[in-house]
Write a protein that binds this ligand. Sequence first.
Ligand code: GRF
Length: 212
Amino acid sequence: MLRVAVCVSGGGTNLQAIIDALKSGKIRDAQIVRVISNNKNAYALTRAQNAGIEGVCVSPRDYENREKFNEALLECLKEADPDLIVLAGFMVAVPANVIEAYRGRIINIHPALIPSFCGKGYYGLHVHEKVLQRGAKVTGATVHFVDEDLDHGPILLQKAVEVREGDTPEVLQRRVMEEAEWILLPEAISLIAQGRVTIDGNGLTHIADTDQ
Ligand code: GRF
């Protein structure tokens, strides 16, 4: 049974997609052992509670400096003893101590097709604003492993989403969530739970067939 910790900051629709996929059996052999939020008001914590999952807030505001927060976050993760950490709309740069402790075991969902529209400043609605400003005709979402550089680690899954005439950032964000994010993130967890994902020495991921 893959033990999954999910880190969130906001509404938690991606968390909900994971909870629903676990319930429906789309993800097997996995369980969410803890939801961690940096924001005590995140609706994601209510979603966790409604699903009977432990939710914990670790906020930078409650610590005197970043280092103390980083230690507390790592401690909170360690207590949950996860095999996999899923960043589902987690608006905190993952500290180096956490990356080090869980190398190759942290995945993130980014609402664009990496390496486009990613990196510094590309978060939340800004990603979709920039896609529209550039006039891109296709966007999407990417699930990738997390390393020290922002939106940079090995790519696991991607799905393209059409940009349509008249889209606003909000409309596009919603389409990217519905058509890509809420599908890809549960799929990624399922693949990892089945032991089908490997990362090679070149930082490329490989997904084994089910019969292997
Ligand atoms: C998603 O678009 C995710 O890709 C981004 O933040 C948003 C989180 O939404 N990083 P939610 O909290 O899962 O509803």
